[in-house]
Design a protein around this ligand. Sequence first.
Ligand code: F6R
Length: 240
Amino acid sequence: AEIVILPDADAAGSLVAREIAALIARTPDAVLGLATGSTPLPVYRALARLVADLDVSRVRGFALDEYVGLEPGHPESYRAVITREVVEPLGLDPDRVRTPDGALEGIAHAGADYERAITEAGGVDLQILGIGSDGHIGFNEPGSSFASLTRVKTLTAQTRRDNARFFASPGDVPMHCITQGLGTILRARHLVLLAFGEGKAAAVAGAVEGPLSASVPGSAIQLHPHATVVIDEAAASALG
Ligand code: F6R
């Protein structure tokens, strides 16, 4: 992967937002792969400013993942987060932006449906990724197959602790999610992994410097011919 170390998250956000705006300018029906969580927020904020001058009416988006079993419209469902942080500020067409369906009814075929939708859209042009402190990308927790496709996974205790900040109490964090697989992510044409802060340093080192291991799902990016890692000094601090 190409590693870019910048002073802070805002600088990283502007850099990646400029890359995405350029993609949209040359490909008005670009397909964006959208991550949730805290990491990509500076990208979305910078991009909202840049796209004011662009036609985004044909841009499509696919979120990486969704919690399973939250009631529809739950403010911390990734559908709600993507609507709030991406669709509305950028002015995207909500019908062109999808999240995996985490409703219990239909969960058995939701993964295959999502894979089909991504394929029918022509695949993801640029996939934004964060990384979990346990090395996950998407919600592919340690032990995920590099060939995996969109499916239901159990969140690790560490991820549920990390994400408890978004919920009223730690017990409210769902146990399960539906996530694009590592195989799904690797099909995107360009991967852009972002990470900020010391808490991500070990995960970043594992992902970038290997060894390739299902125990560090982020290491899958080493298999991708066009992966860019955009991090701050703290997140770079464990690199050799
Ligand atoms: C979110 C996702 C996760 C997060 C990761 C880091 O869609 O797929 O892999 O990117 O958990 O989360 P933050 O950015 O909140 O530290």
